[in-house]
Write a protein that binds this ligand. Structure first.
Ligand code: SMG
Ligand code: MG
Length: 370
């Protein structure tokens, strides 16, 4: 495959409500999307990195720099041998930068699948036509505000609620949400690394609330800490930030550091590595679910296809577009009976709406391809 053109669209899309986590508050979705043109098709992909390196070490400007100066030149050097399937090995000399690698691999895969008239879901091995939607609920100043927001999502039909937690906003919000919405609500928490093993006794106070899982309580490089924590709490530990590859997943499962894995394609370098993690987890009987980075429609479409694989047995952070955006750059994903429909068109199955893309694009740059 030969790349004819690579264009980066820098986007700023307002969020309908601010989203607060243990590491900060977002008011606007900042990202870039990559348009990749070959002789046969145009592929699209969205970068999962955030503006600042607070969720992980990656950040938007860094991802774009690595893409432009390291990844694209290495891939162009492959000439006609370039395809999505060879990206991982070709980019192996570049350490880390998985969110940058994810963008170029996904755009190539999208172009290839569009040219072959095959959908992402079919290619990845999806076994469902729709996936159950969960929603990630941020941290609020007060419990009444939290309850109002959870009630709205429950009324909309979301199948599972995830509460963001941090020291000072953990036991009480979980207790009140559980008491208000009852035992049948599927409920889980996400700490984004805000605790240490010294908090084990405190985190065990969440055990009575029958949570599906506790996501990433400890720092990302602390697999042994998570294994030790899991011995001291009954709530299943789920890893997000700690799992950057299939090798990480194998190590975490073997060490007993998690009982559940959140798979985010951008965090692990793309959909092919995401599928490998799915396969390893499934072979070990470890449930997985699809995480999110507040993707606009381009990233969301591919995530929904991934979430339709058989090992994704828990509802993902695959919310409807209007959870975050009043207007998206693609046709919005809409909640139907608590589910999103897996796209069936070629590639990711959605296209940017030209006017919407233009409206949210703050600048466009091209990456030289010859
Ligand atoms: O896409 O709905 C989404 C976001 C879900 O909570 C979410 N993502 O740690 O899982 C996570 C966070 C990372 C992004 S926070 C800005
Ligand atoms: Mg998380």
């Amino acid at each position: 495959m030969k790349i004819r053109d690579l264009t980066v669209h820098h986007l700023r899309i307002p969020l309908v409500v601010p989203f607060r986590t243990s590491f900060g508050t977002s008011h606007v979705k900042e990202t870039f999307v990559l348009r990749l043109e070959t002789d046969d098709a145009v592929g699209w992909a969205e970068c999962g990195a955030e503006e600042d390196p607070l969720y992980s070490s990656e950040y938007l400007e860094g991802a774009e720099w690595v893409l432009r100066h390291q990844l694209v030149p290495r891939l162009l050097a492959l000439g006609d041998g370039l395809s999505a399937g060879v990206v991982r090995d070709a980019l192996e000399p570049v350490k880390g930068h998985r969110m940058a690698k994810h963008v170029i691999e996904t755009a190539l895969l999208d172009a290839e699948l569009r040219a072959a008239d095959m959908s992402f879901g079919r290619y990845l091995g999806a076994t469902k036509t729709r996936v159950p939607s969960g929603v990630s609920v941020g941290i609020f100043d007060t419990i009444p505000e939290l309850l109002d927001n959870v009630r709205r999502y429950v009324d909309q039909g979301y199948q599972r609620i995830k509460l963001k937690i941090e020291p000072g906003w953990d036991i009480e919000p979980v207790r009140v949400v559980r008491e208000t919405f009852g035992d049948d609500l599927l409920l889980q928490v996400d700490a984004n690394t805000a605790y240490t093993l010294r908090d084990a006794r405190h985190l065990a106070k969440l055990d009575p609330f029958d949570l599906l899982l506790m996501e990433q309580p400890l720092p990302e490089d602390d697999l042994l800490g998570h294994a030790e924590l899991q011995k001291r709490i009954a709530t299943p530990v789920c890893l997000d930030e700690s799992i950057e590859s299939a090798r990480d997943a194998a190590a975490a499962i073997t060490l007993g550091a998690c009982q559940v894995i959140n798979i985010k394609p951008s965090r692990v370098g793309g959909y092919l590595e995401a599928r490998r993690i799915h396969d390893i987890a499934e072979a070990h009987g470890v449930p997985v679910w699809c995480g999110g980075m507040l993707e606009c429609g381009l990233g969301r479409a591919a995530n929904v296809a991934l979430a339709a694989l058989p090992g994704f047995v828990l509802p993902g952070d695959t919310s409807a577009s209007d959870r975050y955006f009043a207007e998206d750059i693609t046709a919005p994903f809409v909640l139907e009976d608590g589910h999103l429909t897996v796209p069936t068109g070629p590639g990711i199955g959605v296209d940017p709406i030209p006017e919407a893309l233009a409206a949210f694009t703050v600048s466009t740059t091209s990456i030289p391809v010859s």
